[in-house]
Write a new protein. Structure first.
Length: 338
């Protein structure tokens, strides 16, 4: 598996795919000047099992809450890309349809559309009650157990050389040592997105095949179940908490368990779904206005390219077009269009 992945032709194709959308970045341009040396060096390290992951560069972002991002070196990020592509090829088809995070053809907009469709089915086109139980895993990325994750990767992959590289990536970062071994995968790695889906696929299987709940969907560590009877949702909380604790060594966030009626609005992935329309969360709209104000000032101060700012505006307008936010969209256009 690894041997075919690091063939010269495949490495050059992977580099072309990796640099898509990044060609203007300084580090990409520097590597492009000696791309053969760069790729053949990686090929040699992976072939002779001498690859060792480099250190991360941590930084923090506030969008809206503070998050710690760990950025790997360009060399390591390219190796992540190689491994991620191979892992997705093997595992993605086995993931449940209603897992929407970081998968081709999925995403937040598709998740919301499918959630809207589920609410209409359960409520018989808003003629019957519909309730949503939303739950969130506490400090998910910092709590992923390395040993458990390695076991899950080995369910479908037996190539020892490939698994050695996967283990090197998993062990390159940890937040702390838990009772079951090292914990944590870094926000910032493309492989972490896949590892999150692989880890929580076990939760999908438990809910869909053990609890046998049909109306369920998940976006990363946020998941929601729907039912006409709130008591049928309430009784699911303890079994789900027990499964997460015993099988995945994870905890439900105690302050992020909500059971709401559709008429009150069901909050999921930044949107609030009502019987006849969908709105963007107020905090999300406030964040949009803040970033557009900051960008507008940067354009005036000639610190930001107007074209890049225009793309930011269009991106937000695109997000708003998926909800009933015509007035807010017009307000943004009037205030921030250049």
């Amino acid at each position: 598996m690894l041997s075919s992945l690091i063939e010269s032709e495949n490495l050059f194709l992977a580099w072309e795919e990796y640099k898509r959308g990044k060609r203007k970045r300084h580090k990409i341009r520097v590597v492009e000047c000696h791309i053969e040396d760069f790729l053949f060096c990686i090929q040699k390290e992976l072939s002779f099992f001498s690859y060792r992951h480099g250190p991360y560069s941590p930084f923090r972002i506030c969008d809206p809450k503070e998050r710690r991002i760990n950025k790997a070196t360009l060399r390591d990020r390219f190796v992540h890309h190689l491994i991620y592509t191979a892992l997705v090829t093997v595992y993605d088809s086995s993931f449940h349809f209603h897992s929407y995070s970081c998968r081709k053809g999925k995403g937040t907009h598709v998740a919301v559309k499918h959630l809207e469709r589920m609410t209409r089915i359960i409520s018989s086109n808003n003629n019957l009650p519909c309730y949503g139980l939303k739950m969130d895993i506490k400090c998910f990325f910092d709590s992923v157990n390395h040993s458990k994750l390695k076991v899950l990767v080995r369910k479908k992959i037996s190539d020892l050389s490939f698994l050695k590289v996967v283990d090197e990536i998993i062990d390159s970062y940890s937040t702390r040592l838990g009772p079951h071994g090292p914990l944590g995968i870094p926000l910032g790695n493309v492989t972490s997105q896949f590892f999150a889906n692989l880890y929580l696929h076990e939760l999908d299987v438990f809910i869909k095949h053990v609890l046998r709940k049909k109306h369920y969907l998940r976006y990363c560590d946020d998941f929601i179940l729907l039912n006409r009877d709130p008591s049928n949702l309430q009784v699911l909380i303890n079994p789900i908490e027990e499964f997460l604790g015993e099988s995945l060594h994870l905890d439900i966030h105690p302050h992020k368990v909500s059971l709401r009626k559709l008429s009150q609005g069901i909050d999921f992935v930044g949107t609030i779904i009502f019987p006849f329309h969908t709105l963007i969360r107020t905090k999300t709209k406030q964040r949009m206005k803040k970033r557009l104000r900051e960008g507008f000032q940067q354009v005036i101060d000639e610190k930001m390219d107007p074209v890049a700012y225009h793309q930011r505006v269009q991106s937000y307008l695109g997000i708003l077009s998926h909800a009933k936010q015509a007035r807010f969209s017009n307000d943004l256009k009037n205030a921030f269009y250049i």
